[in-house]
Design a protein around this ligand. Structure first.
Ligand code: NOJ
Length: 715
């Protein structure tokens, strides 16, 4: 332990230590809340002295309040230990970039890192020391509203994105708190906060790698999750937190609970009293308790009863103090909430340009029947639908972002084409249960037919994804279909722009539309990015990192599923050789890795440098990619492997590499991937990690649905 920290620790009373292990929100701070003492403090039986030595605060929205709170705290805390201010800065602080699921479609961890750096730069001026980000939960079920915060269903890609975000934030002096440890992304039936029950194999092979990558990238904090995992709520799960996170992976940073999760141990039914909660949480090595006060009220008794040791408490406090020191809080408690007079980077042209680039790179073109890109010569443009004339497209969990600072689609189009007449009409409301008004639908059809082209905005409002927004039905609301049909009939030159925080079921729309561009929730520069994409100033090059199901009943669905004993998809006999549905396809509508551009690519001449590999060797897989369209375009070339026979059943495909190539019309390029033994390792039947000899298939293609392969044997 550093001397400065041990000195501080030695001077603290137990009560003061427990306050360091407690996080509350601004409503508890008398310096910024008039009702703190009579309201929140008295409700939780807290004394003024508890608040005086509090360790950290969450969710204060502006730097002036943070400054005020810190000033008050530094005056009253006997130990002069600064507060840490934490917030959910998930996809941008003030300049907001697309939601993580959208960012992931860029297949660019570098871009993700740049955006995280930008967010951190703005955090530094906004009173945020720690961001509760990234959420690195692995996901498969679009019914779960928080898929928007994830980077998708692929293990390899998630790990890259996890590390990129952690490095991005922390290289700019903001601590990253990864979440939610562990397996929060697998709630039964997609219902938020629901039970997670899974084998250790699945946990380790799919769910843990991204957390592990983030820990290896030196994330300073980890948040435990709300869910129970195999019967034990994560915050109480000693095997998980102390066992895997700390002992196995060597994480020595700060573990914080999720909001009120200590109390929820009682609701879960694994604790009877506050004392039980504090005991279980401390035993699992949670350091900070978020928004409840079981440590403050119960640890003293647990120590007196010999159930918890002072060393356990001291270790937790030491980790919190070390974090404060790493962030430089002891040198300058005000470093992220200082009053700045100079030029600010917040919403600067440079930051906006990056957010715009990110929104362009994350859009995924799902359908295009020779409609896009639109000509810039068009005179009359209708923008119809609930998301065309609003800054709300900024997205859920949008930090300190303001819809008023956001470029709406209407403004984006008008700025790009100042001489065009742009007419907007809402047509229907975006809410799930909105009813279509026949009169409005008629108006929309009429407007559509009176314009050269139509941009029809459909999808989910931002608030319909994120925490607590699980859905049973992933179809578009019927009112939106009515609007679509009327508008499409009124003018076939209609491009649907889809705003969504999750994969939706687009089976009917996909067949009937002329073009379908998925822009997710695109952030502050959404409108300008979409305009650039629609009118060919930018090329859609995003590729899905989460399957779009053909029907809600397919969920959970993911491309890297295990092989079965009856895998044949062409035999629809009920007891035949296919694990299939009797009322629809097995395949998703749009698979992992899918996305179109404004040109096309052909893959030929797949080759392997050898048909066998000895331990320690590598072999090279190559393919020729040709731009067969008539525009320059960028393709994301994807490498998948399949281990044909193992001591345990293996996935039918796993992404192991990707690269982007930009090619002129007619241009071709040989793209090569090095395959190493490391890439062939898996959790064997005896739960050790390693390879097994045998046949491997190599696929290189446009998406996870690619079928051509070559094989080699590992000797
Ligand atoms: C609850 C959410 O689950 C978590 O992701 C978030 O960081 C905390 N609330 C704090 O806002």
């Amino acid at each position: 332990m550093k001397e400065s920290i041990s000195k501080k620790l030695a001077g603290m009373t137990l009560e003061e230590k427990l306050c360091q292990l407690t996080q509350l929100d601004g409503s508890f701070l008398p310096d910024i809340s008039d009702t703190a003492v009579t309201g929140p403090m008295s409700r939780l039986s807290l004394k003024k002295s508890d608040i005086d030595s509090l360790g950290s605060v969450l969710n204060i929205q502006n730097p002036d309040s943070v400054r005020k709170a810190q000033r008050g705290h530094m005056e009253t805390d006997r130990n002069r230990i600064p507060l840490l201010f934490m917030h959910d800065i998930v996809h941008g602080c003030k300049t907001v970039y697309p939601i993580p699921l959208g960012m992931a479609a860029s297949f660019s961890p570098e871009l993700m890192r740049e955006c995280a750096e930008m967010a951190a730069e703005e955090c530094k001026l906004s009173g945020v020391d720690v961001t509760f980000s990234p959420m690195v939960d692995y996901i498969r079920d679009a019914r779960w509203g928080r898929v928007m915060e994830s980077t998708g269903e692929d293990v390899y890609l998630n790990a890259l994105y996890a590390a990129a975000q952690v490095k991005g934030y922390q290289s700019r002096g903001i601590a990253s708190c990864i979440k939610h440890f562990a397996a929060y992304g697998a709630p039964e039936a997609g219902r938020d906060y629901n039970t997670v029950d899974m084998s250790e194999r699945t946990l380790r092979e799919y769910y843990l790698p991204a957390y592990h990558a983030a820990v290896d990238a030196d994330a300073y904090m980890v948040m435990t999750s709300f869910n129970s995992l195999n019967g034990i709520p994560a915050a109480a799960n000693e095997a998980l937190v102390r066992g895997i996170l700390r002992e196995e992976w060597g994480f020595d940073g700060v573990v914080i609970s999720d909001y009120n999760a200590f109390n929820e141990m009682m609701t879960h039914g694994i604790a009877e009293t506050s004392e039980d909660c504090a005991y279980l949480a401390m035993r699992a090595t949670n350091d900070i308790e978020m928004m409840s006060v079981n440590y403050i009220h119960s640890i003293k008794k647990l120590i007196d009863d010999g159930r918890i040791s002072t060393e356990q408490v001291d270790s937790a406090v030491e980790r919190v103090l070390e974090l404060k020191e790493k962030l430089g809080m002891f040198d300058n408690p005000y470093q992220h909430c200082e009053q700045h007079t100079g030029e600010s980077c917040i919403l600067s042209a440079e930051h906006r340009a990056l957010a715009r680039k990110a929104a362009e790179k994350s859009a995924v073109l799902l359908e295009n029947r020779n409609l896009l890109p639109f000509s810039k010569e068009v005179r009359r443009i209708a923008i119809i639908g609930p998301f065309g004339d609003t800054g709300e497209i900024i997205g859920a969990w949008s930090g300190f972002g303001n819809p008023r600072d956001t470029v709406s689609l209407k403004d984006g189009v008008q700025q790009l084409l100042p001489n065009a007449e742009v007419i907007t009409l809402r047509g229907v409301d975006g809410a799930i249960n909105a009813k279509a008004d026949p009169e409005e639908i008629r108006k929309a059809a009429k407007l559509a037919s009176a314009c050269d082209i139509v941009i029809l905005t459909l999808g989910e409002p931002s608030g319909d994804s994120g925490e607590g927004t699980s859905k049973q039905n992933l179809e578009l609301p019927s009112a939106q279909y009515e609007l679509f049909r009327a508008v499409q009939a009124g003018n076939p030159n209609t491009a649907v722009v889809l705003f969504t925080g999750r994969p939706l079921v687009l089976t009917t729309l996909s067949k009937e539309c002329s073009a379908l561009l998925n822009v997710w929730q695109p952030g502050t520069e959404g409108g300008s990015a979409i305009a650039n994409l629609l009118f060919g100033e930018a090329e859609p090059e995003g590729r899905l990192t989460m399957s779009f199901p053909a029907a809600t009943g397919q969920c959970p669905i993911h491309y890297n599923h295990m092989n079965t004993g009856r895998p044949r998809a062409d035999d629809l006999h009920r007891y035949g050789y296919c694990s299939s549905y009797i009322d629809g396809p097995n395949e998703p509508l749009y698979p992992f890795g899918y996305g179109l551009g404004y040109t096309g690519f052909e893959y030929t001449d797949l080759s392997l440098s050898s048909d066998s590999m000895s331990s320690g060797d590598t072999i090279t897989a190559s393919v020729t990619v040709t731009n067969v369209g008539n525009r320059v375009g960028t393709e994301t070339v994807q490498l998948y492997l399949r281990d044909l026979v193992g001591s345990v059943v293996r996935p039918v495909k796993e992404l192991k590499g990707f690269c982007k190539v930009t090619l002129a019309p007619g241009e071709k390029q040989v793209v090569s991937f090095e395959i190493s033994e490391e890439m062939l390792k898996f959790l064997r039947a005896d739960m050790t990690f390693g390879t097994e000899p045998g046949e491997f298939r190599v696929f290189i293609g446009h998406s996870s649905a690619c079928t051509g392969y070559l094989s080699f044997r590992l000797k």
